[in-house]
Ligand binder design. Sequence first.
Ligand code: AMP
Ligand code: GLY
Length: 422
Amino acid sequence: MKVLVVGSGGREHAVIRKLKENTEITEIICAPGNGGIAADARCVNVGATDLEGMLKLALEEQVDFCVVTPDDPLALGMVDMLEKHGIACFGPTHDAAVIEASKVFSKNLMKAYGIPTAAYEVFDKPEEAMKYIRYRNSYPAVIKADGLALGKGVLIAADEKEAEAAVQEIMVDQAFGASGNRVVVEEFMTGPEVSVLAFTDGNVIRPMISSMDHKRALDNDEGLNTGGMGTIAPSPYFTAEIADTCMKEIFEPTMQAMNAEGRTFKGCLYFGLMLTPKGPRVVEYNCRFGDPETQVVLPLLKSDLFTIMKACHDGTLADVEIEWSKQAAACVIEASGGYPQKYVKGYEIHGLDENGQHEGVTVFHAGTKLVDGKYLTNGGRVLGITSVADTLGEALDNSYAAVKEIGFQDMHYRTDIGRKLR
Ligand code: AMP
Ligand code: GLY
């Protein structure tokens, strides 16, 4: 079995590490991959959104199975294209990926099928969005660009002035391009946030172990929103009782709703949840594994990932046992100074061995490249330093001990990942 993994982040590295445990797989190719992934897979320089290039690669290499991991190629229909040419994939089709690619679609889906989420309205004219925000006169106001925006399309306005600036940025200045042609204005919710990734084949849905991301750039949840600065799993907030409620009110109904819409979702469906005083609510759906959530969730998977992925494709997930470790995992992201805004690339990373690893932890590579045997920084989020241990405290201590030994110029990381949960 030859497997192609599309993408280049820490999430893809975590997927590849897990796939490597399968003995049926003879080779893993990653496109485009990165410096550290190259120690675990053969990296080929085809961009993740290059549909034609990816098809050509998959056909030339005669791959048996393709894992399409990032949102953009999924939203562009990479799975449809590969499957049309007989290549089995893990990941949703274009029509199912819309659950992430359009917030207007996902909000309307939730409303139509009674899935709990924040109350909202949709606008395609900036003046009407502002008229509504003024009329509601309730702050913070949450303003979201409809389309994909690298996780930055959600603005939370503390007052009318900030709301005006947010509407201006998204709809008029088009900071996120056409993604801001429409906005969702929604109710502000409070409560702990939990990420639940779930495997589904459209017949059954199997939640993975829960996790918690830390999205803001700075300690104490200050600073700008990022792709995620660190994660822990499982989330102590996600009790068995809440899991039950979510299964009945959110996970199953979402899978059924997509079926009813003729958009059967196969792959990994990500539920961004907020545990509000009124019960769990959906903040967002993603049509893929979360990053860095995957970097703590997959290391706790005891079953074979490839078997599960094939079952999601084949529609036989009901027959597969999925077992999770009772341990805990922590991931601390080492980012380039300045991320999520401007940052410099190309600094040498110290503290890694020739395989890009470090004793006692697993180093998932995101923005790195390997040049003349040296690992260099090559992106905003550079490394995910992950540990698994019997307790969350121990996992955090291990990861933070390694963070002190692995680094580069201007490195930035949060010192409080999981601190409140230890
Ligand atoms: P999203 O990209 O939709 O996950 O939003 C990014 C972050 O904004 C979420 O992780 C939340 O912390 C916050 N957020 C989004 N929607 C709401 C809401 N309705 N109320 C409060 N916070 C929100
Ligand atoms: N960590 C959040 C995401 O993957 O969207």
